[in-house]
Write a protein that binds this ligand. Structure first.
Ligand code: FBP
Length: 261
């Protein structure tokens, strides 16, 4: 127990948090979904990357390619969270997120944390868990926090959005040793607070999901934080908004400034 607590403290969480909470901008969709998520304005990654420095975020999630090509635009102003694996949505086979960057790459690129996706329930779960285990050890050696995207998926997972599936996925992230897990919101404050308890000392943040009206997004953010979440990581609902900085900072006010019971 003691050594687990020590190693957890060894991770440099401060750089990616404010008031103990997290708010990350996600822009790894170019790989995950392709250009269909973007518009003529956002096709060029530089547009959002440059705006990120005006957002009250505590981390910017991207794949290695964007970090390699654009880090000079934001590094030292916005903490980098390097996503170490990914997949396209062109294949319709059992989900597998392939490693495309290493913890060493993250260190060389000046990252402040690393992110890794697992799909609990997939036929390829074993491979993803094995790599997650190695990444957890390496990230700990470098003092880098590990964020696990834990999305239950695959043909064996009949109800990926159910309480049971999401709770199990969150717990898997704790068992791997993740500092933070990024999961989908259940849509219900009460069940979500149970999930947060099930994840224990692994902090829980949520993905933004498909674009939704601002009022729905802000209400959801309040509910998620009220349930006891540690923050959010949002992509499309920020950069598909006509005012990405405005909506990001409205979310930041909820995440960082509001008191939740
Ligand atoms: P959003 O906030 O846009 O939902 O992004 C969250 C995210 O997890 C991204 O990090 C990732 O690129 C994408 O969703 C994966 O989407 P999918 O659910 O289609 O696999």
């Amino acid at each position: 127990m003691k050594s687990a607590i020590r190693s957890r403290k060894g991770r440099k969480m401060k750089k990616i948090s404010r008031n103990g909470r997290f708010f990350f901008l996600a822009l790894d969709h170019g790989l995950e979904h392709g250009p269909s998520d973007f518009t003529e304005t956002t096709y060029n990654p530089e547009h959002i990357i440059n705006l990120s420095t005006k957002m009250k975020i505590t981390g910017f999630i991207m794949q290695k390619g964007l970090a390699v090509h654009y880090s000079e635009n934001f590094i030292k102003k916005v903490p980098l969270i390097l996503k170490l694996n990914g997949k396209t949505n062109m294949t319709k086979t059992e989900p597998f997120s392939a490693p495309i960057a290493s913890v060493k790459d993250a260190v060389k690129l000046g990252a402040d944390a690393v992110g890794y996706t697992i799909y609990p329930g997939s036929e390829h779960e074993a491979k993803m868990l094995e790599t997650a285990g190695k990444i957890e050890s390496e990230a700990r050696d470098y003092g880098l926090p590990l964020i696990i995207w834990s999305y239950p998926r695959g043909k064996a997972v009949k109800k990926p959005d159910s309480f049971e599936s999401i709770a199990y996925a969150a717990r898997v992230a704790l068992e791997i040793g993740a500092d933070i897990t990024k999961i989908h919101y259940t849509g219900n404050k009460l069940t979500f607070s149970d999930i947060i308890r099930i994840a224990g000392r692994c902090r829980v943040i949520t993905a933004g999901g498909r674009f939704k009206p601002e009022s729905d997004l802000l209400k959801e953010a309040k509910d998620i934080m009220n349930a006891g979440a540690a923050g959010m990581a949002v992509g499309r609902n920020i950069w598909q908004n006509d005012d990405p900085v405005g909506i990001a900072n409205a979310l930041a006010s909820i995440i960082f400034d509001m008191n939740f019971q």
